[in-house]
Design a binder for this molecule. Structure first.
Ligand code: VGL
Ligand code: ZN
Length: 212
């Protein structure tokens, strides 16, 4: 869609209760993406979602590193890891998708972050690129050439999903009003958008996608 005839997929990243207002790792205005994403879904034949899905002993939780608090760093799987509050624990309400998010036409959900030893921001690969959710192969088997990425958080899981989508050869669009960021530092989302564009992603407002 949108100025091309490539087969497209919508990738909905981590629209889970813990990332929404009132959640354990609440993203400001995170809930605002929901009506936008619901409208967009009507435009796509192929929709997939990612779900942050951590065991309680996950190494990205500050609570699992005595003396550490969220925002501090440790080394996890050889990579600098910022520590988070406990969030998206497998089977918890915080890990559920928001009830207002329409799920009826999803083809598949890709869970990530289940290995306690490494975090997984991208919906494709763990942060050390060892674990693979299978999403790249799935999309390729479906003939997808182009992906539109939406959801939370612009500066973490959305960004790394976009960068991996590009590295897998997908033409990649970021729907700019269908994402929100954590912004540990106030410009993180803006920087993330610049990084994604530099890597080859295109940004587009939802209005243009809906018009098509
Ligand atoms: C996310 C921080 C930790 C995200 C997931 O979905 O962007 N951020 N886990
Ligand atoms: Zn997480």
């Amino acid at each position: 869609m949108t100025t091309s005839v490539k087969k497209s997929a919508l990738i909905i990243v981590d629209v889970q209760n813990d990332f929404l207002p009132g959640g354990a790792l609440a993203v400001r205005e995170g809930d605002r993406v929901i009506p936008v994403i619901n409208a967009l879904q009507a435009k796509f034949e192929l929709i997939v979602a990612t779900q942050d899905w951590h065991p309680a002993d996950h190494g990205s939780f500050a609570a699992n590193h005595p003396g550490k608090v969220p925002g501090q760093f440790v080394v996890l799987a050889g990579i600098d890891q910022v520590l988070w509050p406990v969030h998206c624990v497998q089977g918890s309400k915080g890990a559920d998708f928001h009830p207002d998010l329409v799920q009826t036409h999803w083809k598949k959900v890709f869970r990530k972050g289940s290995n306690p030893q490494v975090d997984s921001y991208s919906g494709f690969y763990d942060n050390n690129r060892m674990g693979d959710t299978g999403m790249a192969d799935f999309l390729k088997e479906q003939g997808v050439e182009e992906v539109f990425v939406v959801g939370i958080a612009t500066d973490y899981c959305v960004k790394f999903t976009v960068l991996d989508a590009l590295s897998e050869g997908f033409a990649t669009w970021l729907v700019e009003d269908a994402v929100r960021g954590v912004n540990l530092e106030k410009d993180d989302s803006i920087k993330a958008l610049q990084e994604m564009e530099q890597a080859g992603a295109k940004t587009i407002p939802s209005g243009l996608v809906l018009q098509d």
